[in-house]
Design a protein around this ligand. Structure first.
Ligand SMILES: [Zn+2]
Length: 431
């Protein structure tokens, strides 16, 4: 074994340094007085230090030990790898398809929040299977107002309101197939579908959509005319549910019983009506206010309009209708007068209005009073019952003179909806 040549010298140097350091420390101490010592001079380099053996391993001795340890590690590694592979397989089976689904949903265009919600509803399979994406669903699904029962509607439309949900439900209730309703919602405007609630059941929805599309340029919310004939008047009739209410519906479907007489009829003053007319008290009060307001609006001294017809009883209408049938036949008579029980005049809530300045009832549509009523009547609870351009829905030729009292709340709602009362009633007021 070889001895390291410089170890001894290093140790000597270290001892010398330590002695010097200690001496300096002692000298720096102010209170310390150096004792006088007579120490023999020592030549440190001549001191023999014991030989130090440094540990060294022969390669031949250490090698086998290391090989043994590696061998143990290898077998453990294989075992660990097998376990890890098993765990990964199990975890992977659980998580990887989920991760793939999520990234596919993201590829379709769904936001992170929307994806969360889709998983919460367990819709990921359905959506991915059909590659279903809509901006509307993506934007709506995280909102509190989201209604999951209308998933198909969300996927088929750009935006939805509560009115859409209602219309959708009503069309389903009327017997339309879900796929047909969805086709309509994709192709048509809201007001192009509401007439269907009044119409007979349309067998060929595709043809209806085509018909609407053909007339789209001419039609608007204030007019809706089609080529097809979608309603058979008086084919399906039933007694109206709420006769006696100011919100009651009377048309070619809903009728009043033959013995119905309004409970609170009042005689109308000749200031506001032709002689001998009666009207429901509440409607009469509102009518007077409206006539006075019109007079004020035109800065007139005298009334500018009056009722030329108001309440008419069942017998009156029966006689009128019979006269027309005898003269023109039933088909023609139905286009001129309502069948008994189906006349709104029997409600006591209806007036035919004439202008005092413009030649009476038949010319009322051309009068300034009519124009004024179109934008003001609803404030007094009155609605135009048979507007021009809505003949196919109401079943009546335009009657600018025929106005119906429904109260200011309902009149304002109908006015704002731009729907006929018939459509409004079927959509919002009847189950
Ligand atoms: Zn009338």
């Amino acid at each position: 074994m070889e001895e390291k040549p410089n170890v001894q010298e290093e140790i000597v140097e270290e001892v010398e340094e330590t002695v010097e350091d200690t001496a300096e420390e002692i000298i720096e101490d102010e209170d310390f007085e150096l004792p006088k010592l007579n120490l023999p001079k020592v030549d440190l380099s001549k001191i023999k230090l014991p030989k130090i053996k440094l540990p060294q391993f022969k390669k031949s001795e250490s090698a086998p030990k290391q090989t043994k340890r590696v061998k143990l590690k290898k077998s453990a590694k294989i075992l660990l790898a097998v376990i890890a592979a098993l765990i990964l397989t199990v975890v992977g089976m659980l998580t990887i398809p989920g991760m793939v689904d999520r990234s596919n949903l993201k590829k379709l265009g769904y936001s992170e929040e929307a994806i969360e919600k889709i998983y919460e509803l367990k819709w990921e399979g359905m959506i991915l299977e059909g590659s279903l994406y809509s901006d509307n669903l993506n934007n709506s699904i995280t909102k509190e107002s989201f209604r999951k029962e209308f998933i198909d509607l969300y996927l088929n439309t750009d935006s939805l309101t509560n009115d859409d949900f209602l219309l959708y439900s009503k069309l389903i209730l009327k017997g339309y197939e879900k796929s047909d309703v969805l086709s309509m919602f994709s192709a048509l405007e809201f007001w192009e579908m509401t007439p269907l609630l009044v119409f007979d059941y349309v067998e060929d929805v595709t043809a209806y959509i085509r018909d609407v599309d053909t007339h789209r340029v001419v039609n608007s919310q204030s007019a809706f005319t089609l080529s097809g004939n979608y309603i058979t008047y008086y084919a399906e009739t039933e007694q109206t549910e709420n006769q006696g209410s100011i919100e009651t519906m009377v048309n070619k479907r809903y009728y009043l019983s033959s013995d119905y007489v309004p409970g609170s009829l009042e005689n109308m003053s000749v200031v506001y009506a032709s002689k001998g007319l009666t009207l429901n008290a509440e409607a009469y009060e509102a009518f007077k206010q409206m006539c006075d307001a019109a007079k004020t609006a035109f800065e007139a001294k005298n009334p500018v309009m009056y009722a030329s017809s108001a309440y008419r009883d069942y017998t009156y209408q029966a006689d009128l209708y019979d006269t027309y049938v005898r003269r023109y036949g039933e088909e023609e008579a139905d286009t001129i007068a309502a069948r008994p029980g189906h006349s709104e005049h029997q409600t006591g809530l209806t007036v035919d209005i004439a202008s005092t300045t413009n030649g009476g009832l038949s010319k009322f549509g051309e009068s300034q009073e009519y124009q004024w009523m179109l934008s003001n009547a609803h404030k007094y609870g009155w609605i135009l019952r048979y507007p021009e351009g809505k003949e196919d829905i109401t079943g009546y030729s335009a009657e600018p003179w025929h106005w119906r009292y429904v109260g200011t709340d309902l009149a304002t709602k109908i006015y704002n909806s731009k729907l006929t009362f018939d459509e409004y009633y079927m959509l919002y007021m009847v189950d």
